[in-house]
Write a protein that binds this ligand. Structure first.
Ligand code: G4P
Length: 191
């Protein structure tokens, strides 16, 4: 997605060969216009897939997921990473290990928001090792619903997440694919 790549080139900060900081429009401050375009692109890619729901994970997945939900006209559920005061319902839970942070967390969604007839699009901000997307897909499978695809805003293609998820049979659509962060420079995958 050209506009997103330009945004990354203009505002992204390469923190190391593995980490890209985009807190001016995605991970801290949010650019609503950019997020609207991101939502439109996800909607274009998945418009014929019969999606009934979008699932993401707090916090940074919420903005792109809501914009995609607005475009597709479907509700958006965000999995909780922290215990909620009010979320006392029956929950689907899954464990997610972050290689980046070297911690395991439990994610959860209420059983009442998803059922076996749902066709679900998973959305997340970054794809690194694929563990967050896998955890979200696990929640969807527990509900016996269908994972239609996984939509990612920024994929780090030099990490194994994409192949890992494709090997498991999922359709993965990433709007920006970062091939390398070497020498302080962002290079994109060109197909
Ligand atoms: P994985 O889900 O693909 O396996 O990724 P991993 O566990 O390694 O990533 C853990 C967290 O770090 C996630 O956010 C992910 O979005 C974020 N992350 C991974 N690589 C980068 C990167 O290069 N740049 C930035 N900005 N973030 C990255 P999180 O902990 O869930 O945080 P948040 O959603 O609350 O912001």
């Amino acid at each position: 997605m050209y506009a997103l790549e330009q945004k990354i080139l203009a505002e992204g900060i390469v923190l190391s060969e593995e980490v890209l900081k985009v807190d001016s429009f995605l991970n801290h401050q949010i650019d609503p216009v950019m997020m609207q375009q991101v939502g439109q692109e996800f909607a274009r890619l998945f418009k014929d897939a019969g999606i009934t729901k979008i699932i993401t994970i707090e916090a940074s997945g919420i903005a792109p997921a809501v914009m995609a939900g607005l475009e597709l006209g479907v509700p958006v559920i965000f999995a909780r990473k922290y215990q909620s005061l009010t979320l006392k319902d029956d929950l689907y839970r899954s464990k997610v290990f972050s290689f980046t942070k070297q911690i395991e967390s439990t994610i959860a969604i209420s059983k009442k928001h998803i059922n076996a007839t749902d066709k679900v699009l998973v959305i997340d901000d970054f794809l690194a090792n694929g563990q967050a997307a896998l955890g979200l897909a696990d929640l969807i499978h527990q509900a016996e619903a269908t994972v239609v695809g996984i939509g990612i805003v920024i994929e780090k293609s030099f990490q194994p997440g994409r192949e890992f998820l494709i090997d498991k049979g999922y359709r993965v659509e990433s709007l920006a694919r970062v091939k390398s962060l070497a020498n302080g420079t962002v290079e994109f995958v060109r197909d």
